[in-house]
Each structure stands twice: as structure tokens, then as C-alpha cells.
Design a protein around this ligand. Structure first.
Ligand SMILES: [Zn+2]
Ligand SMILES: [Zn+2]
Length: 192
């Protein structure tokens, strides 16, 4: 046991260190070399749609939806997490996630904290549990040909998409969105 972590855990200073304590990483055969001393936490970035502001607010690009703090549910009768494909996926690199965001109209980017069991792959992670930490919005209005900056989100085709002050009509502001979700909401600082 790492002394400083044990000390922090005993003092129960914060939830963060509590989570840190129970993390259990698994080195995947196909992944990059894993150094047990390096990884105390895993922060990842992923692309999602926001379809609902109440229950299970985030929807994956392909399937599945999850809330801000969630545990993966496997649909197999017996799950060997190492060889299974269930769980939460996230990129390690923020820039790679932004490139992916660029390909999916109406999508948003999440910063997530992964824990419980984590498989470390070359470009990302797969974990059994996930907390959404921050929400990143594309910096331009999603209206066709509009180049104005994002002021908030509006619901279109079952997805909350970015909107500017010129086009805002029945929208939720960044501040209201942040309060509603209980998350920090940031606008990406570069063009995508
Ligand atoms: Zn599984
Ligand atoms: Zn606009």
C-alpha cells in the first residue's frame, strides 16, 4: 500500500481519494506496457449525445445510455471483464477525442473519470465504472453556415446541439446547463 494514499484514505479527506484507493487496474495483453506505479487515476475523453437532462442524460454514439455516475451492466450470463467488450470506453488523449467529435454532428465531448476495473489499451480505456466530470461543447453554433460562438444548447432531432445568441430560441444557457447537470460545462477553445 502506498503510504500517502493510505494516509489520505484514513483521513477520509475527499471522495476522490476514496475512489483512488479502490481502483484496480488490469493490464491487457494487447495494450501498451503498464506500470503499476504510474496509474493512480484514469481520466478519459469521450463523445456522446445529450438527449435528456433528467434520467440517463448521455447516449453513446452507437448504443447505450448512461448517467453521470454509472456502473456497466453486462448482457452476458457470465462476464469475464478482461475478455468481454462491456463497460465504458474513453480515449486517453483529449485531441484524439476532439478529432472524433468533429465527425459527429450534434455530439458533445465528456471528460470522464474511470475506476473499479480498468483495461488500458493503446489509445484508450475500458472500465466497469465511470463518473462524468466535465462537459465540453463545440465552440460554434450548430445552425447551418452560422459561425457565431456557442451560447447554449437547444433540442433538435432528440439531441441537444450548440446554439448562438442570434439563433437562441427555447435554449438552455451554459450556466443553466451546468446547474442542471451539476457538472462544469466548458466551451472548447479551438475550432472544430
Ligand atoms: Zn461483460
Ligand atoms: Zn447561430
Amino acid at each position: 500500500m502506498h503510504d500517502i494514499i493510505m494516509q489520505l484514505f484514513n483521513e477520509s479527506i475527499s471522495k476522490t481519494y476514496d475512489i483512488l484507493f479502490k481502483r484496480n487496474y488490469i493490464y491487457h495483453k494487447k495494450s501498451i506496457p503498464y506500470d503499476a506505479n504510474t496509474f493512480y487515476s484514469a481520466t478519459g475523453y469521450k463523445i456522446a449525445y445529450l438527449a435528456d437532462l433528467d434520467n440517463f442524460p448521455f447516449r453513446g454514439l452507437v448504443h447505450g445510455s448512461y448517467s453521470i455516475n454509472d456502473k456497466a451492466i453486462c448482457n452476458k450470463n457470465s462476464c469475464d471483464f478482461l475478455s468481454c467488450n462491456c463497460g465504458f470506453y474513453a480515449f486517453r488523449d483529449k485531441k484524439r477525442a476532439v478529432l472524433e467529435l468533429n465527425k459527429h454532428y450534434g455530439a458533445l465531448m465528456l471528460e470522464v473519470e474511470l475506476y473499479s476495473e480498468i483495461i488500458i489499451h493503446e489509445f484508450g480505456y475500458r472500465s466497469k465504472e465511470q463518473d462524468v466530470i466535465r462537459l465540453f461543447l463545440p465552440n460554434k453554433c450548430s445552425k447551418f453556415l452560422c459561425k457565431n460562438n456557442t451560447a447554449g444548447l437547444f433540442l433538435k432531432y432528440n439531441r441537444y446541439q450548440t446554439i448562438c445568441t442570434a439563433h437562441k430560441n427555447d435554449y438552455i444557457s451554459i450556466r443553466d446547463l451546468s446547474n442542471k447537470l451539476g457538472l462544469e460545462v466548458l466551451v472548447l477553445s479551438y475550432n472544430i
